[in-house]
Ligand binder design. Structure first.
Ligand SMILES: [Zn+2]
Length: 69
């Protein structure tokens, strides 16, 4: 905890650790919703915290929020 992410670092993390693409061009904080483009073409919003720590790195079609398995 406590690391301060820059938009550049986030973009690189997203490129390396997911199939999604970062669309947001301004980062203001950990709980801000960022806009991503999923590999399937859908766009989705996700706070950076959830994207990174909860591994929610796809849109809701590819990764349903209530997936039971
Ligand atoms: Zn998708």
């Amino acid at each position: 905890m406590g690391k301060r992410w820059t938009l550049k670092e986030i973009k690189e993390f997203v490129e390396k650790n997911s199939d999604s693409e970062l669309l947001t061009t301004e980062y203001r904080g950990f709980s801000q919703k960022l806009e991503f483009k999923c590999a399937c073409g859908n766009t989705f919003e996700k706070p950076w915290k959830k994207f990174k720590e909860n591994h929610q790195r796809k849109c809701e079609v590819c990764q349903p929020p209530k997936a039971s398995r």
